[in-house]
Write a protein that binds this ligand. Structure first.
Ligand code: ADP
Ligand code: MG
Length: 483
C-alpha cells in the first residue's frame, strides 16, 4: 500500500526529488588556496579570486575533484572522465564575480543510486541523476546594523557538490530516509561533514502531487531546507497546499518557495516566469576537467567500507539483527567503537551493551561518542569482567556508571570499591545458612507461599552486599529450602 494524502476528491500520490548541496570537505576552496574553516572572522578567508578581482585566474583544486570522484563512486555512480565548467551569470551582492562557476551540461558524475531503508524494514532504490561541482557564494548579513547590510566572503568560492536525485520518492518518510542515507554515505566517505546546522548540507525539495496512474504534474521547489525533519515537514505542507490548489479548480505554477519552519507552511519566493536567464557558457579561464581512469581506480581502491556493506557484514558475520546493525552503522564513529568492543568477544553481547547501557549513559550525560568518558577499550574490559564472572550483570551496570563519572578503567573501580562478585560456593552457603537460621517463621510461610523465594534471594544478596553471584545464590537457596 503506497503513501497517499486524502483530499476531497480522494487520495493523492506524492512525487519528490531532492537537489542537495553538500560542502566538500577540503582545506582550500575550489579555485583558490583560501581556507574554508567554519566560524572564522568575516572576510578573513578570502583570496583575490574569491573576491572577484579583475584578472584573477581560477585554478582547480585537485583534492576537491578527488572528493567529488569518491562521492560518485560511493553513490554507485558513473564518473565522467571528461567534464566542463560553465559560467552561470547572475547578479547578487554576495557574488562578486557576477557569475557562479558550475557544471551544467557536463557534470563530473552521472547516474547512480542509493538504497534507502524505511521504518518497516523494507528498502527502496532511489536514482541519482547527477553530481556536479560548483562554487558557493558569499553571505549577506542583514542583522548586524539597522540600515546597512554586510557581506562576508569567507564562503565565496568554497566547493560544493550538487547532488540531484530522480523524482523517485513517494512520501515524506522516503525523502527523510534518502537524506539520512546520503548524509551517512558522505560522512563515511569523509567528503562532506553533513553538518546541516552549519549549512554544510542543505536540500532543495521538489514536490508535486498526482492521481494514481497519471504522469507527473507541475512541481514546486522548496529552497534551502536545513534539517531532515524540516524536509519531511516541507514535503507534507507543500503537497497539501498543491492538493488544495488542484481541488479548488486552480493550477499549480512552477515556482520556488520557502519553508516557514515556525508556521509549518511554504510561501512563494519567485515564480518561474521571472526565472533568470543564466546565459551559461563554458568558462574561458578553465580547461575541461579531465580525470585519468587510473586515478579513478586509485581513489576507488582507497574508499572505506560504506554503511550498506558494513550493515550486511554485521548481520552475516556477527549474527546481529538488521535493525541492530542499522543502528550501529548509522555513524562511522559508532561502528568503529562497536567493532573495538566486539573484537575477540561475543558480538551480540557487545551490541547489547553498546546500544543499551552505554548509549543510555551517554544520553544521560548529554555526550556524543566522540567525547565519551568510557573508551571502547574500557567497555570491552568491562565485558571481560562479566565473562570471567568477576562481575554480575547488575554489578557491571554500577561499574559502568562509575566509569562514566570518573573515566577510570573497570578494573580500577572494581579494586577501589571492592566490587568482586562472590562465586565461592562456601561463602554463599554460609550467607544462606545465616539468613535461614534467623528466619524460621519465614521458612514456614514459604511452605504455603512459594513466591516468598524472592524475599530470601533479596536477603542473601543484601547480606552479601550485592556481590553474590545471582545464579549461585538461587541454586544454593533452592537446595537448602528444598525446592
Ligand atoms: P531544474 O534544473 O530546473 O531544477 P531538474 O530537471 O534538474 O530541473 O529537476 C530538479 C529536481 O526536481 C530533481 O531532483 C528532480 O528529481 C525533481 N523533479 C523533476 N520533476 C518533478 C516532478 N514532477 N515532481 C517532483 N519532483 C520533480
Ligand atoms: Mg535545479
Amino acid at each position: 500500500m503506497s503513501y497517499t494524502i486524502e483530499g476531497e476528491t480522494g487520495p493523492w500520490e506524492l512525487v519528490i526529488g531532492l537537489e542537495v548541496h553538500a560542502q566538500v570537505t577540503s582545506n582550500a576552496k575550489l579555485f583558490s588556496g583560501a581556507a574554508t574553516e567554519f566560524g572564522a572572522e568575516p572576510n578573513s578567508q578570502v583570496s583575490f579570486v574569491d573576491a572577484g578581482f579583475p584578472g584573477m585566474l581560477p585554478v582547480i583544486n585537485r583534492e576537491c575533484v578527488a572528493q567529488a570522484v569518491r562521492t560518485g563512486l560511493g553513490l554507485n555512480a558513473q564518473v565522467n572522465p571528461w567534464s566542463r565548467f560553465d559560467r552561470k551569470n547572475y547578479f547578487y551582492a554576495d557574488l562578486p564575480q557576477g557569475y557562479q562557476i558550475s557544471q551544467y551540461q557536463f557534470p563530473i558524475v552521472g547516474t547512480g543510486q542509493i538504497t534507502i531503508e524505511l521504518a518497516d524494514g523494507s528498502t527502496r532504490e532511489i536514482g541519482i541523476t547527477r553530481l556536479h561541482l560548483e562554487q558557493d557564494a558569499g553571505k549577506s548579513l542583514h542583522d548586524q546594523h539597522p540600515s546597512k547590510s554586510y557581506i562576508d566572503l569567507n564562503r565565496s568560492g568554497v566547493a560544493l557538490m550538487e547532488i540531484v536525485s530522480e523524482p523517485d520518492m513517494r512520501s515524506p518518510e522516503e525523502a527523510g530516509a534518502y537524506l539520512t542515507k546520503l548524509r551517512q554515505i558522505l560522512r563515511y566517505l569523509g567528503t562532506c561533514d553533513g553538518n546541516m546546522e552549519q549549512g554544510s548540507l542543505r536540500a532543495d525539495v521538489n514536490v508535486s502531487v498526482r492521481k494514481a496512474g497519471e504522469g507527473f504534474r507541475t512541481r514546486c521547489e522548496v529552497k534551502n531546507v536545513n534539517s531532515i525533519r524540516f524536509v519531511m515537514q516541507a514535503v507534507e505542507a507543500e503537497a497539501r497546499r498543491q492538493i488544495e490548489v488542484w481541488e479548488s479548480g486552480g493550477t499549480v505554477d512552477q515556482e520556488t518557495r520557502l519553508f516557514d519552519t515556525t508556521r509549518g507552511v511554504t510561501r512563494s519566493m519567485r515564480s518561474k516566469e521571472d526565472a533568470h536567464d543564466y546565459r551559461y557558457f563554458p568558462d574561458p579561464d578553465l580547461p575541461p576537467l579531465v580525470v585519468d581512469p587510473s586515478w579513478i581506480e586509485e581513489l576507488k581502491a582507497g574508499l572505506p567500507e560504506l554503511p550498506d556493506a558494513r550493515r550486511t557484514r554485521y548481520v552475516n558475520e556477527f549474527g546481529l539483527s538488521a535493525y541492530d546493525a542499522s543502528v550501529l552503522v548509522a555513524e562511522k564513529e559508532t561502528a568503529a567503537f562497536y567493532e573495538e568492543v566486539a573484537a575477540g568477544r561475543d558480538p551480540k553481547v557487545a551490541a547489547n551493551w553498546v546500544m543499551g547501557d552505554f548509549f543510555a549513559m551517554l544520553n544521560r550525560m548529554g555526550k556524543g561518542i566522540e567525547d565519551s568518558p568510557v573508551t571502547a577499550q574500557h567497555l570491552g574490559a568491562l565485558l571481560d569482567l562479566i565473562a570471567d564472572k568477576t562481575l554480575s550483570g547488575k554489578m557491571a551496570k554500577e561499574v559502568l556508571e562509575a566509569m562514566g563519572e570518573t573515566g577510570k578503567p573497570p578494573g580500577t573501580i572494581v579494586e577501589e570499591r571492592g566490587l568482586r562478585q562472590v562465586t565461592d560456593t562456601g561463602a554463599i552457603e554460609a550467607a544462606v545458612d545465616a539468613i535461614l537460621a534467623a528466619n524460621p517463621d519465614k521458612i514456614a510461610q514459604y511452605r504455603e507461599k512459594p513466591t516468598l523465594f524472592g524475599w530470601f534471594v533479596g536477603q542473601v544478596m543484601k547480606a552479601m552486599k550485592g556481590q553474590g553471584n545471582p545464579a549461585l545464590v538461587n541454586e544454593v537457596l533452592k537446595a537448602k529450602l528444598g525446592g
